[in-house]
Design a protein around this ligand. Structure first.
Ligand code: CAA
Length: 703
């Protein structure tokens, strides 16, 4: 028998185990092996039922993503045909779903007439995250099993369901009492089916998946959700496939699904999202550390500063059951911080995402203190105090005195030099930067800043810790602003300058949100605080001193006390969260342009796109050349997870590759000339970009 499956016949049962580590991805060789094993069982008169299981404990993570875009994806037997054949076996087929069945893995289970999971099983259709739809019958069989509404929710969220939820929905017929007993209980189930002469497949629960739903359900669903989808293709294709499930007989629906799947697979958005999938896995691979690097245990965490940032950071650890000591200088600030955390959890309770009991459990993991001595037994200390070098250094001197040997000392600075902070301690090897993004309990990005002397095990431990608390950790070297904020600087600079030259904040933001970015530059600055941005800029003023016009509009708004949303006025005027263009800002831009002798003119959207994006891309390429970022795809992850760059564009580096590196370079050179003295000052192509184009490269890499 093929080495990718095990095959055993025991008392009328054929046990077929999938053996394709690490996740039983359903590439062509495994598909062929499953088909061969099932045909063998079908042809054996001694076999009365089949049990399909993951021989390594995990059922399957779905189609082999690395096959997409190549002929292998549809090489015989393709997944839809294999599953169709399984549905036509005339013997009961039980799927024993260990750990997880995702995407094509769940579709494989749905092609089996009967399904049993274990208590920790998760099942889901996450194809949407890859810009795809379930393409092997999922869009047709799931609505027939659990109804169109629940199936749509699963497919559009991409979030896997727990075993209990899957059982309640009817995706799982049974749950085993334990992980260990799953296969035995699956066999017992199969024997019961044989004994009761059960049909090979039970009748569909929802032969008409839309039954019970209002007639205009799908039309309204589309209308309500389309604005959220922006320009994403996959949700629309999922909805079309579910429409087909509601309107067409199964076979026609399956054919429609294949056509829609092929459209999705060939789309630029899906290619970009597949790039992001592999980028996320690559980001964990860091020179100097590997699986043999011993990790330091993290059983207790301390956070210094109970403000918005410190509180958010603390919540991440409480959420995964790790006790946190929260340190403040004054009792009032500490009480405020703790009650803010309780409020945040309270919002989750109100939204039905957390129970009261869980809220109390999490709060019980948080202890406040005013005394550094209480940090003595912490394994990881994260400092989140005011962004000023002297203050941070003072905190680290104290930590060096009070913390136990081997404790990891992390700074949550967003721009300062981690090496200078480490230098005030006697243990720079234990110091690292952990740059969380606000709100720290929500945002997925975690920049892990490796100092000159940071020890490999400190880096490995914090990367692992980051994943444990649900973050996307990306390693950065030390420089002002690290990867994300350093790239933000030229991007925001261009946005400011464009307004001086004649664009409006809403025009600039509109071009960026038109690309599906979550927010434009000015909305983001108003949200984060014009004052906060000013202070960061001010701490690095010398670097921009040669340009009088540099972010002058932001400086003036700061001087006017227009700090953004929190003061009701910034680049925009606000009523609550509703923003409006503000004539005063336009007038201010006109006045400043006059004073600075910046000619004003109508600015086209293409120019806004090119100047903001090309400067962003150029800085990213420079960071790669300097070795601050390990690879171009890490930069993509930073901007997708920390700055709202749309994942379906693949991140700024991937986006540049799609635009064409030669075009980006030509654009930068064009503006260097077209913008006169200003262009000469700022539109300098990164040397790596020039080398890449000269070498005819289309991908961004170091050469
Ligand atoms: N295809 C190919 N490779 C896969 C894979 C898949 N479906 N799922 C995971 N892998 C690979 C990863 O790339 C990684 O490889 P390396 O070690 O070489 O980097 C390895 O398996 C382990 O994966 P993770 O590092 O992600 O391990 P994890 O334990 O953190 O997570 C997982 C495991 C939850 C399965 C996660 O990998 C995951 O979410 N995978 C994708 C699942 C998915 O999207 N399935 C749908 C596929 S599309 C489909 O099925 C279409 C269809 O309808 C036919």
């Amino acid at each position: 028998m093929n080495a990718l499956v095990t095959y055993q016949v025991e008392d009328n049962l054929a046990l077929i185990g999938l053996v394709r580590p690490p996740v039983n991805a359903l590439g062509q060789p495994l598909r062929a092996a499953i088909l061969e094993a099932c045909e063998r069982a079908a042809a054996d008169p001694a076999v009365k039922a089949l049990v399909l299981h993951g021989a390594n404990g995990l059922f399957s993570a779905g189609a082999d993503i690395s096959e997409f875009g190549s002929d292998a994806s549809f090489a015989a037997p393709d997944l839809p045909s294999l599953l169709l054949r399984l549905t036509r076996l005339d013997k009961p087929l039980v799927a024993a779903i260990g750990k997880l069945a995702l995407g094509g893995g769940l579709e494989l289970a749905l092609a089996c007439g009967y399904r049993i999971g274990e208590p920790g099983t998760r099942v889901g259709l996450p194809e949407i995250n890859l810009g795809l739809l379930p393409g092997a019958g999922g869009t047709q069989r799931l609505p027939r099993l659990i109804g169109a509404k629940a199936a749509l929710d699963m497919m559009l969220s991409g979030t896997p369901a727990s075993a209990d939820r899957a059982r309640a929905l009817g995706i799982l017929d049974r749950l085993s009492t334990s992980t260990e007993s799953l296969l035995d209980e699956a066999c017992a189930y199969a024997r019961e089916l044989i004994d009761s002469q059960a049909p090979a497949r039970p009748a569909a629960s929802f032969p008409a998946p839309a039954v019970g739903l209002p007639e205009d359900f799908l039309a309204r669903f589309r209308q309500d959700n389309e604005p959220r989808w922006k320009s994403r293709l996959a949700p629309r294709l999922v909805l079309s496939a579910v429409e087909a499930a509601c309107l067409l007989p199964l076979e026609e629906g399956l054919a429609r699904e294949v056509a829609l799947f092929k459209q999705a697979e060939a789309s630029a958005q899906s290619q970009a999202l597949r790039h992001v999938f592999f980028a996320e896995r690559e980001a964990g691979k860091v020179p100097g550390i590997d699986a043999s690097t011993l990790l330091r245990p993290i059983r207790k965490v301390a956070v210094i500063g109970a403000g918005t940032m410190g509180g958010g950071i603390a919540m991440n650890f409480a959420n995964v059951g790790i006790p946190v000591t929260l340190l403040e200088r004054q009792g009032q600030a500490l009480d405020r911080g703790l009650s803010q955390i309780r409020n945040n959890y309270g919002i989750s309770v109100k939204r039905g995402k957390l129970t009261e009991a869980k809220l109390e459990q999490r709060m019980a993991l948080l202890t406040g203190t005013l005394d550094y001595a209480d940090l003595a037994d912490a394994d990881l200390v994260i400092e989140a105090v005011f962004e000023k070098m002297e203050i941070k250094q003072e905190v680290f001197r104290t930590l060096d005195r009070v913390c136990k040997p081997g404790a990891i000392l992390a700074t949550n600075t967003s721009s300062l030099d981690v090496d200078q902070i480490a230098a005030v301690t006697s243990r720079p090897q234990d110091v690292i930067g952990l740059h969380f993004f606000s709100p720290a309990n929500v945002m997925r990005l975690l920049e892990v800043v490796r100092g000159r002397e940071t020890a490999p095990d400190v880096l490995a431990t914090t990367l692992k810790m980051g994943r444990t608390i649900g973050k996307m950790p990306v390693v950065s070297g030390v420089c002002f602003g690290f990867i994300g904020n350093r790239m933000l600087e030229p991007y925001a600079r261009e946005a400011h300058r464009l307004v001086l030259e004649g664009a409006t904040p809403s025009q600039v933001d509109g071009v960026l949100t038109g690309l599906d970015l979550n927010m434009g530059v000015f909305s983001m600055l108003d949200l984060a605080g014009v004052d906060v941005n000013f202070l960061v800029r001010d701490s690095n003023r010398a670097a921009f001193a040669h340009d009088e016009s540099y972010c002058r509009l932001g400086d003036e708004l700061y001087a006017l006390g227009r700090y953004g949303q929190k003061t009701g006025r910034g680049f925009y005027a606000y009523e609550g969260r509703n923003r409006q263009d503000d004539y005063e800002v336009v007038a201010l831009a006109e006045r400043l342009a006059g004073e600075l002798h910046v000619p004003r003119r109508p600015i086209g959207d293409q120019e806004i796109h090119d100047r903001c994006l090309f400067m962003l891309i150029n800085e990213g390429i420079q960071l790669l050349d300097e070795g601050i970022a390990l690879r171009a795809s890490d930069i993509d992850l930073v901007w997708i997870n920390g700055y709202g760059f749309p994942a379906h564009l693949g991140g700024p580096m991937y986006y540049a590759e799609q635009l064409g590196l030669d075009k980006v370079l030509a654009g930068i050179n064009h503006f260097r000339q077209a913008l006169g003295e200003y262009g000469e000052m700022w539109f300098q192509p990164a040397p790596l970009l020039e080398r890449l184009v000269a070498a005819g490269k289309t991908r961004i890499e170091t050469i």
